[in-house]
Design a protein around this ligand. Structure first.
Ligand code: 7RM
Length: 662
């Protein structure tokens, strides 16, 4: 048996929910959370049935869960419609004229759609889909910027039972073509262009390339966003606004079975072709409904801003479906966080008085690097709750977020989940669960999470291992589209009947989860198994470091040598002296075992479109190889080229900022 992952960085700070926050929250105390959690694990059927009764159904379910591992069916026999749950049901009362979506474009345009208006637009666009022979079960690719039209297109698909597959607007023609081929989509919805850091991204152009040579796509509907010159293919391409002239605003929601497919979202496997993660209707809706309600404790008065792009699962669940299913107001922003200046987010929060902000560690680390002055120019006193998602958040970044953005008064919810899980699985509840910087804390209701060793045995406190989920949960993926065998193998075969997350983690003596990164990234140094996040967090805790990525390089003596790629804050220049200082710093914080064998200063780190550091590529660079693996999810190719140069010259060159997925 392999050794367990060791933990050396122990965080001692604890932040208890304020009495004020707890008083108003749905879950008010740790005791209340524990009681409900116990019930949700002992009697999941009862627990989830009670939650599901808050949704609207056309036909009630006969059975809550049918589990023939690894295939789950939730709310068997039930029928419902997701767009009806997000729209129609809010029209009867005072929410009818409340803002559903508040949108700001990168160039500065502002739009607000009330629930009534959004309902109308969704009905009209659903009629456009029907007019173009798109039927229940058909797959539709959505390749749009983060605009209300993205939400409208998604909800219109759901209204008629079509299955959407949103492709992130930063992806290339090749990625679109692969996703069309895998899904067999017959229609595609796009825009002429979108704005990114002041320039126009030629979305329609990319689509033309993707479709050249022939695909299953017969119809392309084009939303005019940027006004750039584009080609319209006769007989295939139609303008969104022209199509609207032919339809009325009456479109009854089509009731679908609970297990009717809702969407396919592609994620890159670390190797091989992208996986189409399939989510179905009732379970997914319930997962995002319950987490938006309890984790963000969302209220009618809130303005909720999740900064994710709609092309990422976080955009699906917490920009669109979660907030709308609760009748809340969701803010959408199209562009980059540093356009025209690095204070765009803080400007938006001040202008609209955002109350809940949900963003990613990669963004938070960038804000730290850009400096506090950009924040201090703005009044952020409207904020009451902060969230983080996407990567482990380094304790120093957490502390900065809490103090500088949250003014020390906002709870921080570090939410762990995956495209596959559909909704948040491990997270603090803001009025109930004390937080520790860097920990996602405790499992959400119904989530039976554990950390196990190679043989599947649960490990003791502060011992690292593999993070698994031992019971099915409503918003779990149902399969990899078109490949049930890959689904079984990838997620359910290592420990039979248990879901393998692929992440490494440990639990501390309070049962809190600390995610230490992807299992593939775990280092093995002289027989010690080390998670990457702890060494990275120690580096980020140094005053001059903005970001760090730690990887292993084969080493004859030690098995693996530790290589740290480090980016520095603002005006700090790389130097040999600083390298030595960083080595000492890690030794002091964690111990000599974790001390990097090599520190390499970099201008930027290679990241996925959603901001996750791609350690796999750094591993190849660290061992002197050329990069061979899949790089289709890489945000900025120039970063790779620069990293391969022997050493970054000193002095301050302008840094490329890679945050397009936010
Ligand atoms: C929502 C999303 C999933 C992977 C996951 C982790 C990492 C996400 C956290 C986190 C530590 C967190 N979906 N991850 N959230 N690691 N703490 N709070 O990110 O499919 O794109 O990625 O992201 O490794 O397995 S995803």
């Amino acid at each position: 048996m392999e050794k367990n992952i060791e933990s050396h960085l122990i965080e001692k700070r604890v932040f208890r929910p304020s009495r004020e926050f707890g008083k108003n929250a749905r879950i008010k105390s740790l005791a209340q959370y524990r009681k409900m959690y116990r019930e949700s694990i002992r009697s999941p059927d009862r627990f989830w049935a009670r939650e599901a009764k808050e949704l609207i159904w056309h036909r009630s379910w006969k059975k809550v869960l049918d589990w023939k591992a690894p295939f789950a069916k939730w709310f068997v026999g039930g029928q419902l419609n997701l767009s009806e749950n997000c729209l129609d049901r809010h029209l009867a009362g005072p929410r009818r004229n409340k803002a559903a979506i508040i949108w700001e474009g990168e160039p500065g345009e502002k739009r607000t759609l009330t629930y009534q208006q959004l309902h109308r637009e969704v009905c009209r666009f659903a009629n456009v889909l029907k007019r173009n022979k798109i039927r229940k079960g058909d797959r539709v690719i959505i390749y749009l910027p983060t605009t209300p039209e993205a939400a409208i297109a998604m909800l219109a698909c759901a209204r008629i039972g079509a299955v959407h597959s949103v492709v992130f607007g930063g992806f290339s023609a090749d990625s679109i073509r692969d996703r069309i081929a895998d899904s067999g989509a017959t229609a595609l919805i796009t825009a002429d262009g979108s704005y990114r850091r002041g320039t126009i991204v030629p979305l329609k152009n990319n689509v033309d390339h993707a479709l050249s040579g022939g695909t299953s796509v017969e119809r392309v509907i084009v939303f005019r966003r940027a006004g750039n010159e584009i080609h319209m293919e006769e007989g295939r391409d139609l303008w969104w606004h022209r199509e609207l002239q032919y339809v009325d605003a009456n479109c009854e929601p089509v009731p679908v079975d609970s297990e009717h497919p809702l969407f396919i979202l592609y994620t890159s496997g670390s190797t091989g072709k992208p996986k189409g993660i399939l989510h179905t209707t009732a379970g997914y809706l319930l997962g995002i409904y319950a987490t938006t309600k309890y984790v963000f404790d969302i209220r009618d008065e809130d303005l909720f801003w999740c900064t994710a792009d709609v092309g990422w699962v976080t955009g699906h669940s917490y920009v669109v479906y979660g907030p709308l299913s609760l009748g809340a107001t969701t803010l959408m922003y199209e562009g980059a966080p540093n356009w025209p200046e690095p204070d765009r987010f803080w400007r938006i929060i001040e202008d609209y008085r955002v109350t809940i902000l949900y963003t990613a560690p990669t963004a938070i680390r960038a804000f730290v690097r850009w400096g506090d002055n950009w924040v201090k120019k703005h009044d952020l006193s409207s904020l009451r709750l902060l969230g983080s998602v996407g990567e482990p958040i380094n304790p120093e970044a957490w502390m900065w977020y809490h103090k500088t953005i949250g003014g020390g008064r906002c709870p921080v919810v570090d939410t762990w989940w995956q495209t596959e899980t559909g909704s948040i699985l491990i997270t603090p509840l803001p009025g109930a669960i004390p937080t520790k910087p860097g920990s996602a804390t405790l499992p959400f209701f119904g989530v039976d999470a554990a950390v196990v060793d190679e043989s599947g045995e649960e490990v003791g406190a502060n011992v690292g291992g593999k993070l698994i989920i031992r019971k099915p949960w409503p918003s779990m993926l149902r399969t990899i589209y078109g490949d049930r065998e890959r689904y079984r193998k990838q997620y359910w075969s290592e420990f039979k009947g248990r879901y393998l997350t692929g992440d490494g983690a440990r639990r501390d003596a309070d049962g809190y989860f600390w995610i230490v990164g992807r299992i593939d990234d775990v280092l093995n140094v002289a027989g010690h198994r080390l998670g990457t996040s702890e060494i990275e967090s120690a580096l980020v805790a140094h005053a001059h470091v903005a970001e760090a990525a730690v990887v292993g390089r084969p080493d004859e003596m030690k098995g693996q040598a530790v290589v740290a790629f480090v980016t520095l804050k603002g005006s700090v220049a790389p130097s040999t002296g600083l390298k030595a200082e960083l080595l000492d710093h890690v030794s002091e914080h964690i111990g000599a075992i974790a001390k990097p064998d090599e520190v390499r200063f970099a201008e930027a780190l290679p990241k996925t479109r959603s901001g996750k550091i791609m350690r796999r590529l750094l591993k190849e660079i660290a061992s002197g190889k050329t990069v061979t693996g899949d790089t289709t999810t890489l945000e900025d190719f120039s970063v790779l080229a620069k990293l391969s140069e022997e050493e970054v010259s000193s002095g301050t060159r302008e840094r490329k900022i890679s945050l397009s997925g936010l």
